[in-house]
Each structure stands twice: as C-alpha cells, then as structure tokens.
Design a protein around this ligand. Structure first.
Ligand code: CUA
Length: 330
C-alpha cells in the first residue's frame, strides 16, 4: 500500500473518531453516578464505548476510502477483478474482535461480581412493590413509602411484589431489579452522594405505572442515625399520616395535608363533597368503604383501579387512624 493511501485512511479514521468522540462526550448520556455500583457500571459503558468508537473509525475509514478510491467511472460497465479472499486479513479481523469481546466480557463479569457483593454488615431493607406504590421496611420493623439510606454503607434490598411484576430502579444508583410476586430478588446499592433521587417503577404494571414513583433520601451517616432514632419522618405528624405513607396512598391520590400529588385516583381533598355525591352514608363510613371495598363506588371519571386488598392488609386500628385522618382533611 502506498504511503499516501495510508495517510488518507488515517485522516478519514481520525475525523470519524473525532466526530464520534464529540457526540459521546458532549451529550450527558448517563445520569450522575450516585453509588459505587453505578460508578462501576458507568465504567463498563465507557470501556465499551471507547472500543466501539475505535472499531467505527477503522470501518468508516476503509469504507469511505474504498467508495471514493475504487468507484467506477461514468461509462465503466466492466466487471471488477475477481478476488478470492485474503487469509491473513481474515485472521486479523476475526482475532481482533474476539479479543475485544473477551475483554468486555471479563470487565463486565468483574463488575457484576463486585456489584453483587454486600460486605459483611449490609443494611437489609425489604422492598415491596404494589399497584402503584413502594413500601420499604427497615430491620426494626418500621415501614415507609419513601426510602432513606445512609451514605457510604452497603444496602441490600430484598425485593418482592404483592400483585403483579414491577421493577425497582433508581437511575443515579444504576442497579435495577424486577419485583416478582412470591419471589425475593436482591440488589446491593452503596450510595456515595448525599442527595435525593427518584425511585422509578420500570416494568409496565397497570394504569398507574407511570406514576409509581417514590424517592430515596441519602443522608450523612450521623443524620441517618438521628433519623432512625427519631423513628423516621412518618412518626412526626398525625398517626394517620404514617398509615397513609406506609400504604403508598400518595402514589395515586392528591391529599394536601400529606403533600400527596398523585392523580391516578380521585383527589382526597374534597372527600366531604364526594361523600354527599356518592350518597353512601356518613363521611367516615364512606371513606372506610372506599378503602376496604373500593369497587363499591367508583368516582365519576375513574375506573376500578384501586387494589381490593387494603381491607386485609391494614390492621383495624390503623385503618381507623387512616379514616379519621382523611375525614379530618376533608
Ligand atoms: Cu409498578 Cu410499573
């Protein structure tokens, strides 16, 4: 091959590589890596991306050079010269991708193993998904609708579902895991930043799927200990608020006293008026029926989307607290 051709090939390859690199770097494709596992996963992404840019540059250089250099003249109807492969070249273009793919596999396997490692003393939190809310239960038995984690500690999430398949995902923490009824799936997350990130359901699970969101608050270790000592945020405020939060009511309903803004189900700020409209007895009785037997009366404009299981899930005393809390708000 002539020296001129090599220079031309190299030039095309460098231009293609530069364009790709600019696209890769200029656009923020990935969220902030808020945990150790996310950092490793991002490393795999970049490791693969760099390899892909190199391969793309070489292929583009050869393609553009060939199209331009060996193009047929305007009136050239003749056949090209017969070519019968090139053994050395074929060995090279098989061996190099094999090495690259093997390298990606090894790096991925190492990251997968590291990301599954929970250390000797992880904080184990039970995660229950349900249409359309999350419930996080701590080792001391308290549960919340939002997740609060200490910075810098391995957290092992024990994930399951009550009804259909959901999937737990915090984009900034990268680890993603399906929540399957009757099955316990585990992931490890180790937050590195003090921040608040969204918890997203990432498996189509029904009418309220898009709104099945919660949040994770990552606190400094000392603040986290304080939060635990105070029994978590749900203990401050009326007892009904804790029941409201633990059962994920905020995932579907708007209720100002609880700062809830869901809109899958009816707005609970106008319950007194709603009860009158429904004409199904006193306000307390109407609220209770709507929780334990939601199909008995469907508010105009809504469907029978609320789970029919709260009657058996919420103990009677808690149910009473919740009814009073909602009645008071109305
Ligand atoms: Cu739960 Cu989508």
């Amino acid at each position: 091959m002539r020296r001129g051709s090599i220079i031309q090939l190299t030039a095309i390859g460098l231009v293609a590589g530069a364009i790709c690199t600019a696209v890769a770097l200029a656009i923020p494709w990935l969220p902030v890596a808020g945990g150790q596992e996310a950092g490793r996963i991002h490393f795999v992404y970049w490791f693969t991306t760099v390899i892909a840019i190199c391969v793309f540059s070489v292929v583009t250089a050869v393609l553009v050079y060939s199209v331009w250099k060996f193009r047929a003249g305007p009136d050239d109807d003749s056949d090209g010269p017969p070519t019968h492969g090139h053994t050395q070249l074929e060995i090279v273009w098989t061996a190099i991708p094999a090495v690259l793919v093997t390298a990606i596999s090894i790096v991925s396997a190492i990251v997968l193993a590291q990301n599954g490692h929970a250390g000797t003393n992880p904080l184990v939190i039970k995660v229950e998904a349900r249409q359309f809310a999350w419930k996080f239960t701590y080792p001391n038995g308290t549960s919340f609708g939002t997740l609060t984690l200490p910075q810098g500690r391995h957290v092992k999430l024990d994930i399951t579902a009550d009804d259909v398949i959901h999937s737990f995902w915090v984009p900034q923490l990268s680890q993603k895991q399906d929540a399957v009824p009757g099955q316990h799936n585990f992931i490890v997350i180790t937050p590195t930043h003090i921040a608040t990130y969204p918890v997203v359901c990432t498996e189509l699970c029904g009418l309220g799927h898009a709104l099945m969101r919660s949040q994770v608050d990552i606190l400094a270790p000392a603040d986290y200990e304080k939060w635990v000592a105070q029994g978590g945020t749900a203990s401050s405020g009326p007892p009904g608020l804790a029941v409201f939060q633990q059962n994920g009511c905020a995932g579907c309903h708007t209720f100002k006293p609880a700062l809830a803004t869901g809109n899958v189900g009816p707005n609970l700020d106008n319950l007194a008026q709603e009860a009158k409209q429904a004409n199904r007895g006193a306000l307390d009785a109407f609220i209770k029926e709507s929780i334990v037997k939601p199909q008995a009366y469907i508010a105009p404009g809504f469907t029978d989307a609320m789970p029919h299981t709260f009657g058996t899930q919420i103990p009677p005393d808690k149910l009473q607290q919740l009814v009073q809390y909602l009645a008071k708000g109305a």
